[in-house]
Structure formats: structure tokens, C-alpha cells
Design a protein around this ligand. Structure first.
Ligand SMILES: [Zn+2]
Length: 217
């Protein structure tokens, strides 16, 4: 609901309350809906995400591989969802896979927590080997694949090449693991944990992102 609709609805509710002395059911429903996610933010500018033209198989995405050494990790037994992240560093800049790996080792983890890093130019790199449990969404790692877009998307929106690559990779993972793209299989990190990730500017576009992924199925 935008501000105008909200104000109109509020006015109707007040009128109904004054007339009938009741609080109509639809108002209660609207209120619940509005409070569902207190972290909800609105789009700050009009921006249409790039649309996928076709589904590219995972093996054909041309994913880059860096030689990273990991400590012991567990194999993930079930995969049913994808979690979208941004790197969220202080400045909105691209970052090296090896640098994130070092940071995550510094956290005491087995190494890079995300399974994929997508650079601002759309180049996808492998992070933690896909078959292992990631370290990217607390309490939700056992069934999810973590994709990180380099940059800080509370400051800006991601470049189109980067979003397109993220849509392609997400679609390929849905196909590979055989789950339907929807709002119960594609999450922004903040929907699972207390964080701003994947950024206040980017997060409002997640429904459109999911729609674009779903349309090539
Ligand atoms: Zn995150």
C-alpha cells in the first residue's frame, strides 16, 4: 500500500468507525499485513530489473573458480532455497573473493561462507563448494545456498549486469535442485535474520527479482 492508499484507507476506517462504532475486518487485515515485516522499506526510485530471456543451465554459466583452502565442513543434505546477500561493506565497491574468504576465516568460520560471489560486472565466482553447508544465514544454512552480490545496496542499487547474473544463477539453482522459484524459496537475508542485508535500496525489488526468475520456468 502506498502512502496515498494508506491515507485513503485510514480515512475510510475512521468514517466507518464513526458511523457504525466498529472497527471493520478489512482494516484489521490491512494492519496485520503492514506489520508482517517491520523491516519493510519502500522503493526509493523507479528502476526496472533486467529480465531473463531464457534459463541457462548451471553448468553453462561460466562460473569462475579460485583456489581457496577451507577447514572442515559438513555436506548439505537438502537444498530447498536460495538466500540473496550483499557484501555490505562501508563503501559500495567490488571485492575480491579471497578477501571475503580471509574475513570469514577471521570470524572463526571454515572459510568463505557464501557459495557464490557475483561481481558488479556480472562475473560469478564460486565461493564455498556448493555441496557443503554454508555460513551465511544463521540457523538457515542447512537447506540454503548463499549468493552474495559485491557492493553495498543500502547505498545504491546493483548494476544491471550484476542483477542479471544473480537472476540467472538463482534460476539455474532452482532447476538444479528442483524447486519452484517463489517467496518461500528465494529469500533476502533479512527475511531470515536480523540484518539490513541485502540492502535497503535493493531489498524492495526482491518480489520483482523472484518474478523474473520464475518467468523462465
Ligand atoms: Zn547477508
Amino acid at each position: 500500500m502506498n502512502r496515498r492508499e494508506f491515507l485513503t484507507t485510514t480515512a475510510k476506517i475512521l468514517a466507518a468507525t464513526a458511523t457504525f462504532g466498529i472497527f471493520p475486518d478489512f482494516a484489521e487485515a490491512a494492519r496485520k499485513d503492514k506489520n508482517k515485516n517491520s523491516k519493510e522499506v519502500t522503493k526509493v526510485q523507479k528502476y526496472e530489473l533486467p529480465q531473463l530471456e531464457s534459463l541457462i543451465k548451471f553448468e553453462d554459466l561460466g562460473i569462475g573458480k579460485v583456489n581457496l583452502e577451507f577447514k572442515e565442513m559438513d555436506v548439505r543434505e537438502h537444498t530447498g532455497a536460495v538466500v540473496i546477500h550483499h557484501a555490505g561493506l562501508r563503501r559500495d565497491v567490488d571485492i575480491d573473493v579471497a578477501a571475503i574468504h580471509d574475513m570469514h576465516l577471521g570470524n572463526g568460520w571454515s572459510g568463505l561462507g557464501y557459495h557464490f560471489i557475483i561481481h558488479k560486472n556480472g562475473f560469478i565466482e564460486q565461493g564455498r563448494p556448493l555441496e557443503y553447508v554454508g555460513a551465511h544465514a544463521y540457523a538457515n544454512n542447512l537447506y540454503t545456498v548463499g549468493i552474495c552480490l559485491t557492493g553495498n545496496y543500502s547505498l545504491n542499487l546493483p548494476p544491471r549486469e550484476q542483477i542479471l547474473a544473480a537472476e540467472q544463477l538463482t534460476a539455474a539453482l532452482c532447476q538444479k535442485y528442483n524447486f519452484e522459484p517463489s517467496d518461500t524459496t528465494i529469500f533476502g537475508h533479512r527475511e531470515l535474520c536480523a540484518t539490513d542485508c541485502p540492502g535497503n535500496k535493493f531489498f524492495p525489488y526482491l518480489p520483482e527479482f523472484i518474478k523474473n526468475v520464475a518467468q523462465v520456468f
